[in-house]
Design a protein around this ligand. Structure first.
Ligand code: SAM
Length: 201
């Protein structure tokens, strides 16, 4: 990420934190991913050369900015979903000065619907950061719509492990995924979809 975008991302994060501090209602907060986690997502997209990128939970576009910056590097695009149309618009406003609006399709939609309508193997990279109580119901479509070697990243798996017990049990029983929980930020589950074994190099 270049210096100009880093500054925009840092400013947006600071404004969001200030906003969130004043909100009593959890759902009224923007709840941006931690900067270290956002940066790691950017590394992973580049490392895997992911081009078809899905974000579930746009909020005001902080994480989207990092995903879109990485998509620019891989020649890819981001589809980012939020249930709240006002947040979708706010994300649009926040992405524009970064020059990244062309890289992103912002949609006001229920994540469950997006996943159900996603084709098999449709996504190279999925970042799941929406409403945790719904995640267990997403597992089947998440796995189905992930491409072979595709990567799923799920935030808050350490900070809110107690809310994710059903999801965790379901996803960990998926034989097609190889997984690890990375102790960055609020805890990031990474799951890569398997491929057919290849001949040795
Ligand atoms: C934790 S915030 C996302 C933060 C964002 N990824 C970031 O780091 O800047 C969760 C977002 O998910 C959205 N959301 C909640 N339930 C959803 C659903 N069923 N489908 C799509 N978005 C949903 C909320 O409106 C909220 O903006």
């Amino acid at each position: 990420m270049n210096e100009e975008r880093r500054r925009l991302a840092a400013d947006l994060y600071a404004v969001s934190r200030e906003h969130d501090r004043a909100q009593g209602d959890r759902l009224a907060r923007f709840r941006n991913v931690e900067p270290d986690t956002a940066a790691l997502l950017g590394v992973l997209i580049r490392a895997t050369a992911a081009r078809r990128i899905l974000e579930l939970g746009t909020s005001n576009g902080y994480s989207t900015l990092w995903l879109a910056d990485a998509a620019e590097a891989t020649g890819g695009r981001v589809v980012s979903i939020d249930l709240d149309a006002a947040r979708t618009e706010l994300a649009r406003v926040n992405l524009r000065p970064a020059g990244l609006i062309e890289r992103v399709e912002l949609r006001s939609e229920d994540a469950a619907l997006t996943l159900a309508r996603s084709g098999d193997a449709a996504w190279d990279f999925v970042f799941l950061d929406a409403e945790r109580s719904a995640y267990a119901a997403y597992v089947q479509d998440l796995v189905r719509s992930l491409a072979p070697s595709g990567l799923l990243a799920v935030d808050n798996v350490r900070s809110h492990a107690h809310e994710l017990t059903e999801f965790t049990a379901l996803i960990e029983s998926e034989a097609s995924l190889t997984q690890s929980v990375v102790p960055v930020g609020a805890g990031l589950r990474l799951a890569v979809r398997g491929t057919e074994p290849r001949p040795a190099a």
